[in-house]
Design a protein around this ligand. Structure first.
Ligand code: HEC
Ligand code: HEC
Length: 371
């Protein structure tokens, strides 16, 4: 059994050769996961240390969409419909911190997605308008622009669509209407000039759509490359032996059937409780959007980038630690109880997804227009 992981990942041997020995020594104290997870094909060229065309057919998730590849983060997340320009980004940064976009004048996007704290507020559920709490945990805004849909239930398609939600949400920023939000911004002459610069050629650029476009353009550059990206780009030493073993165990356990791709998630909907029914069922997730019985307890698979820094976890914020999140994932998604050493190496690998925050890019403006 000890060597099973090696046989499961022959193509990984080049890059993981030494670590595998360490890993197996550390983690293989019981029969490995069932052989189906060995059917993953992995095409990693030795020396180049780059994975491509990872095939995960034949895994336990047979019949479910099987997802892409692990890839390094791009420098920014482009959009054809909302191209990133410096003027838009500057404006978007101001609006991100703008409390005028809330009914109380006290909340901005940054209140719940603190850019200096990895884009979260560390609350199980956030404090919004008049100290009301919603029912869901606020996910990070870092790298979110690259997800295939926004929100835990995917109810907004793009980061731009998403930005309109919280401004009008009665338990978040609680503006009474789009018109009211636009009026609050239009009242400040510097904003009008900045909208004209950011959206040249438009006769009336101060619109609710353009507020969202500017914030979206700003968010499209909130990317956080980490040691994992350096590893994917060919620096085999960017990860320690333990961390590489952790990735191997992550693959071996079947986590990557849902958490894969550039964002290690953020690219599919999956049922919470896929293997064993999840005990908390008050939030039915995507069912609330589609009303399809098959969408009960289905959520967007969250990205695991920066997951070390974004506790608490899960859609309802009820899971306090990363270790507990991994335990529950193995139990409810895969029907497996992880041993302490297996959990330890998986968590060690997850921490390699912690990127550097772009300090200058995210620094809070000293003054906002009109202040
Ligand atoms: C009162 C707290 C609060 C405020 C203010 C707030 N958000 Fe959120 N945000 C949340 C919560 C909670 C969710 C998850 C809601 C859900 O999934 O139903 C969320 C979800 C998101 C997401 C989706 C990320 C993902 O992984 O799906 C993005 C992006 C985002 N918010 C950006 C913003 C922007 C931009 C603003 C300002 C216009 C903003 N938020 C204001 C609490 C807040
Ligand atoms: C069948 C799909 C599936 C599998 C397999 C799976 N996950 Fe998840 N994962 C999800 C979903 C869906 C969520 C969101 C849960 C929620 O919203 O409450 C999630 C959430 C998480 C979170 C919490 C992220 C956050 O920001 O709250 C972590 C950490 C995580 N998974 C790690 C893992 C690990 C490690 C494994 C393998 C042991 C794994 N997952 C296997 C679908 C999956």
């Amino acid at each position: 059994m000890r060597r099973m992981a090696v046989f499961c990942f022959p193509a990984l041997a080049g890059i993981l050769a030494v670590p595998i020995a360490v890993a197996n020594h550390d983690i293989d104290q019981r029969p490995g996961p069932p052989p189906h997870s060995c059917r993953m094909g992995m095409d990693m060229q030795q020396g180049e240390h780059r994975m491509s065309g990872m095939q995960m057919g034949g895994m336990r998730m047979a019949g479910m969409p099987i997802l892409g590849e692990f890839r390094a983060l791009p420098a920014e997340i482009d959009s054809e419909s909302n191209p990133i320009t410096p003027a838009k980004v500057e404006l978007g940064r101001l609006l991100y911190f703008e409390r005028r976009l809330s009914a109380s004048g006290q909340l901005s996007c940054n209140s719940c997605h603190d850019l200096a704290s990895y884009g979260v507020d560390h609350q199980p559920t956030s404090l919004g308008h008049k100290n009301q709490r919603g029912t869901r945990n606020s996910p990070t805004v870092y790298n979110a622009a690259g997800h295939f849909a926004q929100f835990w239930d995917g109810r907004a398609a793009t980061i731009e669509d998403q930005a309109k939600g919280p401004i009008l949400n009665p338990v978040e920023m609680a503006m009474p209407s789009e018109k009211a939000a636009v009026a609050a911004i239009r009242a400040v002459p510097e904003y009008v000039a900045r909208f004209e610069a950011a959206f040249p050629g438009e006769t009336d650029p101060v619109t609710f759509d353009n507020i969202a476009n500017a914030i979206g353009a700003f968010e499209r550059k909130l990317v956080t490359p980490s040691r994992w990206d350096r590893f994917l780009e060919g620096d085999g030493n960017a990860l320690t032996a333990e961390e590489r073993a952790g990735f191997q165990w992550f693959m071996h356990s079947g986590c990557a059937s849902c958490h894969s791709g550039t964002f290690v998630g953020g690219n599919s909907y999956q049922r919470l409780g896929e293997a064993v029914p999840y005990p908390e069922r008050s939030d039915l997730g995507r069912f609330q959007v589609t009303r399809q019985a098959s969408d009960r307890m289905v959520f967007k698979v969250p990205s695991l980038r920066n997951v070390e820094m974004t506790a608490p976890y899960f859609h309802n914020g009820k899971v306090a630690t990363l270790e507990e999140a991994v335990t529950r994932m193995a139990r409810y998604q895969l029907g497996v109880e992880l041993l302490p050493d297996e959990k330890r190496v998986i968590v060690a690998w997850l921490k390699t997804l912690t990127g550097e925050l772009p300090a200058e890019y995210i620094s809070e403006p000293k003054a906002l227009p009109g202040d």
